[in-house]
Design a protein. Structure first.
Ligand SMILES: [Zn+2]
Length: 224
């Protein structure tokens, strides 16, 4: 069973009113208009907030080099935080296939870029996703897109790791899911005096991966 679009807290992804209302699709234009109106209001609010930041860190938001920055940042957020608006059902789009294969399926080295929710600075690295099929497999390209859907939100790495595992479990109902994520966090790299760049490693195991130590070991030996 697929979740509708939710953020980490399980609330509606977008506190605003972007749900389809009763007549949104029926009249053929209500929904589209509503989306555009909401987006515009959101974009203007972000632009205004960025100008406030600029003017309060000692800058002049009207100077040549900065005058277009609020607009650029608002458009950038639309992309790098676009994961709130992705519908996982549409993302998977029926790319589930009946296959008589029960061994581990592993997609390694999925590059991702996310934003830490504590500082709104990037963290990035690689994710490794494995599952043990029951009777279905998912199209190869869909797993990186699931990772991207969760990465393009304000995140903590631990939660993102679990969300990827839970979503794959929901979609495929496999015998087990394993997810490992490596991340370098700009908020720890840029701040403080230490010039070390530790890599954070998080993992989530469901089903047989959780129950069987040997399977976890096999997975971890394949990804580390
Ligand atoms: Zn941070």
């Amino acid at each position: 069973m697929l979740n509708p679009i939710t953020n980490g807290n399980g609330h509606s992804a977008n506190g605003n009113e972007q749900h389809v209302n009763g007549n949104g699709f029926a009249n053929g234009n209500g929904y589209a208009k509503e989306m555009v109106a909401t987006k515009t209001a959101e974009k203007l609010a972000i632009e205004s907030a960025v100008r406030t930041i600029l003017d309060n860190v000692g800058e002049d938001s009207e100077r040549d080099g900065l005058v277009g920055t609020p607009d650029r940042i608002a458009r950038m957020y639309d992309e790098v935080l676009g994961g709130y608006h992705v519908d996982p059902v549409k993302l998977v789009n029926g790319a589930l296939f009946d296959v008589d294969y029960s061994e581990m399926v592993l997609v390694r080295d999925i590059e991702y870029f996310s934003m830490c929710e504590h500082h709104m600075l990037p963290f990035y690295g690689r994710a490794h996703v494995a599952y043990l099929p029951t009777d279905q497999v998912i199209g190869l390209s869909k797993i990186p897109r699931l990772v991207e859907m969760f990465a393009r939100r304000l995140q903590v790495q631990e939660r993102m790791t679990h969300q990827i595992a839970e979503m794959l479990d929901d979609i495929l109902a496999p015998r087990g899911v394993a997810v490992a994520v490596e991340g370098q966090h700009m908020c720890s790299m840029m701040r403080g005096v230490k010039k070390e760049h530790p890599v954070m490693f998080t993992s989530a195991f469901l089903g047989e991966f959780k129950e069987e130590r040997e399977l976890r070991k096999e997975f971890l030996s394949l990804v580390r």
